[in-house]
Ligand binder design. Sequence first.
Ligand code: MGD
Ligand code: MGD
Ligand code: MO
Length: 764
Amino acid sequence: MSSSPQDKAKTPEAFLDLKVKAPDTNSVGFAAIKSSVNQVSKYMNAADAFKLSAKINQKGGFDCPGCAWPDPDDERSSLGEYCENGIKAIAEEAQNKTIGAAFFAKHSVDELASWTDFEIGKSGRLAEPMFLAEGASHYQPIPWEDAFAKVGNHLNALNSPDEAVFYTSGRTTNEAAFLYQLFVREFGTSNLPDCSNMCHEASGIALSETLGIGKGSVTLDDLYKAEVVMVIGQNPGTNHPRMLTALEKCKKNGGKIIAINPVPEAGLIKFTNPQNPIKMLTGGTQIADVFVPISINGDVAFIKALLLKLLEKEEELGNVFDKSFIEEHTHGFETFISDLKTYNFEECLKASGVSKVIFDAVFDLILNNNKIICCWAMGLTQHQNAVDNIRELVNLLLLKGSIGKEGAGACPVRGHSNVQGDRTVGIWEAAPQAFLDKIEAKYGFKPTPKHGYSVIDAIKAMYEKKAKVFFGLGGNFISAVPDTYYSAQALANCNLTVHVSTKLNRSHLVTGKEALILPCLGRTEKDYQKSGVQIQSVENSMGVVSSTKGVLEPCSDKLLSEVAVVCGVAHATLKERSKINWLDYKDDYNLVRADIAEVVEGFDDYNNRVKQPAGFYLPNGARIRKFKTKTGKAQFSVNKLPTWKLKPGELMMMTIRSHDQFNTTIYGLNDRYRGIFNERRVVFMNPEDMRERGLKNEQIVNLKSVFNGVTRKVNRYKVVQYNIPKNCCATYFPEANPLVPLDSFAHTAKTPASKSIVVTVEVD
Ligand SMILES: Nc1nc2c(c(=O)[nH]1)N[C@H]1C(S)=C(S)[C@@H](COP(=O)(O)OP(=O)(O)OC[C@H]3O[C@@H](n4cnc5c(=O)[nH]c(N)nc54)[C@H](O)[C@@H]3O)O[C@H]1N2
Ligand SMILES: Nc1nc2c(c(=O)[nH]1)N[C@H]1C(S)=C(S)[C@@H](COP(=O)(O)OP(=O)(O)OC[C@H]3O[C@@H](n4cnc5c(=O)[nH]c(N)nc54)[C@H](O)[C@@H]3O)O[C@H]1N2
Ligand SMILES: [Mo]
């Protein structure tokens, strides 16, 4: 009998050989360079490695699939605009090893599911389309045309288009993403959940409401010119290493950095620029001027404490708030201030877990500077009150007039390399009507105005059998989503699950009754089509759209581009009833860009402008103080302190990334900066919390979360004593995802609260 979906979704509980060392306080440097070179040479030959490194993030080269951090507009480092973790991402994709019919004939789905995610990822690049028949134990090869027909037949057999779910992960290019959402809308649904739902959705919602655009307002140049940069809930040393170069530049210009994080992440404390040989010898730059060891989810309380003190000083001195900005450009100031006055400074500071000495150091910098940038990532967005976290930060920026001027603004640091672009071109389960009207005007069909499923709603719909087909354009749904075992059942309830992927992952193993793996080209590979080698385009975290073009030969001749896959599926599904000539697009992506230029705001003359070496900026109202909110002004907001209370014995747990992973892809088993080697099943704990529970270093424990009366459990973790605030602990994502309750999510944004999981720790 085959394993249950839950068994297949589970990551093996076996331990490796944990070695714990003192955490680093310095990121990058020689160790990083050595690590990246090892990484590349493990997977590919020297000539390919050289070709790649010369083109990463260069004008006319390819966009690094590692993260969404922008490239400098002007000069780019001749040593290559890349970082250790970008190299790992590329090495992972651009490898010579491939898997196809023989591999899948040898290994059953059950067997593959018993491997760790690290082992699954090491298998190699997917080389040909594969099909898992109902009840079968092994995948078998299937021709592309048959695979398309199978998807089409399943979709056409549904009672309603709303019974299908179309997920997107954020690596998909603008061209593929635009066509995909167009197909989904012509098919008749808005069920377009994406990784953004689990990532920066709260930022989009909070910023749209307060600044009138769901994106950040700063450019790289602003970061260089800021007087103060607050880096909140973000670990750039691992997840956006090139950001550290920008912070270093800011410091050189006299800027100060405040890092707000429960743990002293290495990159936040000190950074050695790998592209500056002199610094590498002399030891690097101190990054954070003030490090704030905040309690998990203490951010609204901390920012409120700052706001309260600013108000006090304003009342005393009269020159602390930017009154002309507030008057001319904002709305809701009085309501905001009268609500603020109902809070007590000491209570807020206590709730934040931060000492008065550290608070004062931060307050001084905020009080005495007016060009402030707030940068943040998952440490703010993956909480129940995530939207409040971000709105409260915006309140601070508005009081100081730090929006829409040089060296100031909001900077949500996006994750996947094109997650922002995907949303811009229409991957959105709740797209605005104006966008849908443009589609109707251009293509002559009426997209449904009904909002579709976000990730959480999609999981519930599949669990309840209201959705029966799951299609994933990239990503690793089962490992990325919360509540792993419930979600595994949701996928298993489907008639068909389909994944367009570059690498094997757990989502190919936790399947519906039937399943398809459709292998596609990666960023690094040349995309040959009828009209020649194609370029594609992406949008970075700061709203710059630029081209990306692969440099290596495809790893298999049976791969299709994502664009070709979408066109193939659309053609096979919609056939004569489509108003669109789907197959034309794949021959020449200029046709896709010409359509985007007509439908999506800001893309005029796309085909020419995308060829500009550094790309082009999309319009951004907040950047020029044109706020497209309901009132036409930037909006102050009223946010409450979170009300949760831990019961005796409980801890607040955050799930974080190690240094050797990209989301669910595990490159290696070390988390070098945090001093963890050769193990991922660790729980970082405060020494006092360990003492109270009688726990010793490396003791084996089980973790339990109870939410709304339901108990969730993961077994066999090793305790590691760590510099983390009392009552807080941390584990790695995705192994700890079975503990994240599906119903614990950010209000209005529905981002799973995967940084606020209430747990107890029990000896095994
Ligand atoms: N190498 C690499 N690069 C990546 C990724 C990757 O996995 N690997 N993933 C990409 C993606 S999709 C994303 S979204 C980004 C993620 O980038 P990050 O958001 O940096 O990633 P996380 O590991 O989730 O780290 C969250 C940080 O927030 C802190 N934190 C947690 N809870 C709180 C809190 O309540 N308050 C505060 N102030 N801090 C808190 C944690 O200690 C941690 O430092 O990175 C992108 N880039
Ligand atoms: N507990 C917890 N859960 C989390 C998070 C957390 O911090 N804690 N973070 C959340 C966040 S921020 C995010 S963004 C999601 C990530 O969720 P996803 O985006 O779904 O996951 P990834 O791990 O990035 O997806 C990796 C897979 O994408 C495929 N892939 C890679 N490159 C390409 C490509 O170019 N094209 C195609 N078609 N496929 C490709 C490969 O097959 C690879 O296995 O996870 C979320 N889940
Ligand atoms: Mo993300």
